[in-house]
Design a protein around this ligand. Structure first.
Ligand SMILES: [Zn+2]
Length: 391
């Protein structure tokens, strides 16, 4: 393979571990080729970018975002926004995320398949992050996020909805297995579907080659989704009458079935209801216990759902996690290599290794002992091209 670009840095994080350099990453057609640690000169005649004392990391992967949502807006307005408004918002938010260092986004709930339209724009040459889509999440009539248009109540209706999503070209099926915190009239403490209904969704989706991830706060909903054989669980909060308490037998099944736990990062803050705050305070201990049990964890944002979650929030959220008992290495891995694997693209994204897409970040110094440098990203490369120079 003949390289067209060489990027030199002091050290790199390859998605799993740190490697001291000098490192020379050779890129051909947007894909990483060789990585040289010998200190050899960059081959003649190719573009050479010397990042000096910087560290290079894989681009961040946000495994759970909502690009069509306005963080400051009322989500119920989504029900009446035009396709043009939805697409324009998704385009802007994807760009905002990319410029914060997020080079891959899995959208887990749009309306009108706006993110599928945006994905088409990228396929036809527009510049943006790698995008994975789910279209409107499946939910009960009047259930969590009903205003996104994915209402289906029975197994036949759910099966037909999955078929429609597949025909529209989504990458994932997202289903609201429980109520949520953001929809009036729904309850995160209760399941929205039976195990049989969820099984109908999983079987139909898998028939199309599509994986399924389930929004699941309530323990009863998590149990039903796990029994149905979902591929991922979003939030994975384990809320019941006694607060957020892990159920060991369900955790065991999650581990045995290799189900990804997509942990959305929430920061406790003034103004949240007491009930929500008490759950958040238990959240990180529960995540630690899931990890100790062997569950696979990815960290993500849920960007867009409220004013505390703008679309460039991921770097700041990751810094916050290191104040909650997670090491910089754990956090970085869960937001790069593991986040990519949780989205089913672990062989192309989230690592710096030969054959991977050259989606890269440069930060000053090192992120080994503190993730603060993530707030001062100096370069972002998408498929080997500097984002700052793309427009
Ligand atoms: Zn969400």
């Amino acid at each position: 393979m003949k390289a067209t670009t060489g990027i030199r840095a002091r050290r790199l994080f390859d998605g799993h571990r740190w490697r001291e350099g000098p490192a020379l990453i050779l890129i051909e057609n947007g894909i990483i080729g060789d990585i040289d640690f010998s200190g050899a000169r960059c081959p003649e005649g190719i573009e050479y970018i010397d990042l000096g004392e910087s560290a290079v990391l894989p681009g961040l992967v946000d495994a759970h975002a909502h690009l069509t949502w306005a963080p400051q807006g009322d989500p119920q307005n989504l029900a009446t926004d035009t396709d043009e408004i939805l697409l324009g918002r998704a385009r802007r938010h994807a760009d905002q995320a990319l410029r914060s260092g997020v080079t891959t986004i899995r959208d887990l709930g749009d309306r009108g398949y706006a993110t599928v339209s945006l994905q088409q724009e990228y396929r036809h040459g527009a510049v943006g992050p790698q995008l994975l889509t789910s279209g409107p999440p499946l939910t009960r009539t009047g259930g969590h996020c009903w205003y996104l248009g994915g209402e289906a109540d029975t197994s036949p209706a759910l099966t037909a909805a999955v078929d429609e999503h597949a025909r529209r070209g989504v990458d994932w099926i997202k289903i609201m297995a429980t109520g949520g915190f953001r929809t009036q009239g729904t309850n995160p403490w209760s399941a929205q579907y039976t195990r049989e209904q969820l099984t109908a969704v999983v079987d139909t989706a898998h028939g199309w080659g599509l994986p399924v991830t389930a929004h699941a706060h309530a323990t009863a909903g998590i149990a039903a989704a796990v029994a149905a054989g979902v591929d991922g669980l979003e939030h994975c909060t384990f809320v019941g009458e006694d607060g957020a308490v892990l159920e060991p037998r369900i955790v065991e099944s999650i581990v045995q079935q290799d189900i990804w736990c997509g942990i959305t990062i929430a920061r406790p803050r003034d103004g949240l209801p007491v009930q929500t705050l008490s759950i958040l305070e238990k959240k990180w201990g529960n995540v630690r216990a899931l990890m100790a049990a062997g569950a696979r964890i990815a960290f993500s944002t849920d960007a867009g759902i409220n004013s505390a979650k703008p679309h460039d929030t991921l770097p700041r959220d990751l810094v916050y996690l290191t104040s909650q008992g997670f090491s910089p290495l754990e956090v970085l891995t869960a937001a790069t290599a593991d986040a990519a694997a949780s989205c089913g693209i672990g062989t192309r994204k989230g690592r710096i290794a030969p054959g991977y897409d050259a989606d890269l970040l440069a930060v000053p110094g090192t992120c080994k002992y503190s993730l603060e440098p993530l707030l001062e990203i100096t370069e972002i490369f998408r498929a080997g091209r500097a984002v700052t120079r793309l427009h």
